[in-house]
Design a protein around this ligand. Structure first.
Ligand SMILES: [Zn+2]
Length: 171
C-alpha cells in the first residue's frame, strides 16, 4: 500500500464534502469518515491471516482494489444516506466511490509488491500504472520502522498541496 497518502486523500475529500458552512466537528467527522473509506481496500490484509496468498483474487490488492468494489461502496453509502434522508446522496455516492478508487490508483503508483486487480471480476490480472513515484510501504507492523517512516515522509511531501489545502484554516 501507499500509507499516509490514503489519509491525505480522505482529509481532502472531507474538506470538499463539508464545504464552508460545516462546523469543526462536522468537518472532522467527514475527514475521519473519508479517510476510513480511503483505507478500506487494505482491510484485505486479513487474507494473509486466512492463508490466502497475495496473488489470489481475494488476496491483498485483489478484489477490494477494483473499480467494481469502489462503485459498490459508493452505491451502498449513497443508498444508506438516501434512506436516512441525508442531503445530496448522489453526490456523496460519487465522492465515496472516487475516494475508494483513489486507493488502488495510489497503490498502482508504488514501487513494489504486486499490482492491483482493478478489472476484477473480469480479470484477476495485477497491474501498475506506467508512472510509479511512490515508494511501497511495509505491510502491517513493518510500517512502524525506519523504512515505514521514510515512506510516510515521502508521501507527506508528495501529497503536500492536498493536505495543506485540506487543513488550511477556514475563515
Ligand atoms: Zn492497498
Amino acid at each position: 500500500m501507499a500509507s499516509v497518502g490514503h489519509v491525505i486523500v480522505g482529509l481532502a475529500a472531507g474538506r470538499l464534502w463539508a464545504g464552508g458552512g460545516a462546523s469543526t466537528s462536522q468537518l472532522a467527522g467527514a475527514m475521519v469518515g473519508f479517510s476510513a473509506l480511503a483505507l478500506l481496500p487494505d482491510a484485505d490484509v486479513v487474507a494473509f491471516a486466512f492463508g490466502i496468498p497475495y496473488a489470489h483474487p481475494f488476496g491483498h490488492r485483489g478484489a477490494s482494489h477494483s473499480i467494481v468494489f469502489a462503485a459498490l461502496v459508493g452505491v451502498l453509502v449513497g443508498l444508506i444516506a438516501r434512506l436516512r434522508g441525508q442531503p445530496q446522496p448522489l453526490r456523496l455516492a460519487a465522492l465515496c466511490a472516487a475516494v475508494v478508487m483513489s486507493h488502488p490508483l495510489l497503490d498502482a503508483m508504488t514501487t513494489g509488491g504486486l499490482g492491483v486487480a482493478w478489472a476484477w471480476p473480469w480479470s484477476a490480472e495485477r497491474a501498475f500504472l506506467p508512472w510509479r513515484p511512490i515508494p511501497v510501504s511495509p505491510i502491517g507492523a513493518g510500517f512502524l520502522s525506519e523504512r515505514g517512516l521514510k515512506v510516510a515522509l515521502t508521501e507527506l511531501a508528495q501529497g503536500s498541496p492536498l493536505w495543506l489545502w485540506a487543513l488550511w484554516p477556514r475563515r
